[in-house]
Write a new protein. Structure first.
Length: 191
């Protein structure tokens, strides 16, 4: 029971910071302004790990690699601790196990990214109906717009209703199912 409690706390804390690090990465990649309350919160809560990482890891092509690699390292560390606490043996090939743990962490980061996009699309859609002039509406619109534009080119609005968020959400749900299947395939390589 104490192991499960410890894992719950570790998952909550590491998941919180991984989500914020991914938000920081995507905000910079999609050129979303940090000059809002949510952007300042993301920067303030992730600077402790991103600023030291920037000394060793440069950004490439406008991508905030320190944020992305910090998220990968943080989640990989959590997974290693979780597998160890669940008594996975890691076998005699610890190098292979470490590689598999990092692969699972990478799959999990893609899963977290899909959940972030689902949240941004849902909030942007709700705000467009309820309060399109809300202070954070441009933030969520800018996060979701690059993913909605290709769908909007193919699927025009029907009676002035944009159905592209529904199509994107359905595609993301299918994508999440495939990621879950991939994660299940990777776990036996650890034992």
């Amino acid at each position: 029971m104490l192991t499960n409690l410890l894992l719950l706390i570790l998952e909550a804390v590491s998941g919180f910071f991984v989500i914020l690090l991914l938000m920081r990465f995507y905000m910079q990649w999609l050129r979303v302004s940090f000059r809002n309350q949510l952007g300042r919160f993301v920067v303030a809560t992730t600077d402790w790990i991103v600023q030291p990482a920037r000394r060793f890891i440069p950004g490439v092509f406008g991508l905030d690699l320190p944020s992305l690699l910090a998220a990968l390292a943080l989640h990989g560390g959590y997974l290693a601790i979780a597998f160890w606490l669940k008594h996975f043996s890691f076998g005699t090939h610890a190098g292979i196990a470490a590689t598999v743990v990092l692969a699972i962490a990478a799959v999990e980061l893609v899963r977290f990214s899909a959940y972030l996009l689902i949240g941004a699309v849902l909030i942007a859609a709700v705000l467009s109906w309820v309060n399109p002039h809300a202070p954070l509406a441009p933030f969520f619109n800018n996060l979701s717009r690059p993913f909605l534009k290709p769908i909007q080119r193919v699927l025009p609005p029907i009676a002035n209703v944009d159905l592209s968020p529904l199509v994107l959400l359905l595609a993301l749900q299918i994508f999440l199912m495939l990621l879950g299947w991939l994660r299940v395939l990777l776990i036996p390589f650890i034992a």
